[in-house]
Design a protein. Sequence first.
Length: 276
Amino acid sequence: MKLKFSKMHGLGNDFVVLDGIRQQVSLTPAQLRFLADRNFGIGCDQILLVEKPSQPDVDFRYRIFNADGSEVEQCGNGARCFVRFVHDVGLTGKREIRVETQTGIIIPRLEEDGNVTVDMGIPRFLPNEIPFLHDDDVVIYSLDVADETLEISVVSMGNPHAVQVVDCVDGAPVGDHGPLIENHQRFPQRVNAGFMQVVDRHAIKLRVYERGSGETLACGTGACAAVVTGIRRGLLDSPVRVTTRGGDLSIAWGGSGQPVLMTGPAVTVFSGEIEL
């Protein structure tokens, strides 16, 4: 089977994007892992699939698969690449579209300066919505990891996040603690682990160990989660510049009950065809 694809990235968080509208796409977990393999396949953090919507008043359905072949609910950097892709390949002439995901509708918009802004929806904090095993909704939780007790904040941006504040992201134990937090028993569906350094009230540095992919150069939902939890903890004020290893994002949040707005780049690297 020959499969057409585009390779894209948002701040180095890279994707293989598949048009499931103009070609038949039905891939096994093994085929997904092959596409994501940086030695034997194309190589990416996630695979993004464009499909026809299953709901009225929606333009497209957006599906995301991690490098390990698992399907996940949301990907913020991918959402920016999604709208860039469907616009550039002629699937839509709209600059703003409504996109169906596993956990709700997002609204990405192409800006005149080439960046993309995505309405990522309203963050959710109740433990059973994340999901996180705890009875109460509090801002800071204790989590036992590797003989240490960490202070984390949890939030769902359509996918689960656990964010901790560190003194310096460069020296943070992302590689050691990241997989332990990701697979912690208190997160039944695993979790994305964020490590946030507060620079000032409108700027942070961030590293994220992503569920099913490991540390990536940038994580859009992770940036949203970090800013939201930082505001809830009284450390930040909107808007916030989030500096990742791949570049900067701008995140704005108006507070409880309001959606999170994420703005950043989306770049097509190349397009091609691969035999599966």
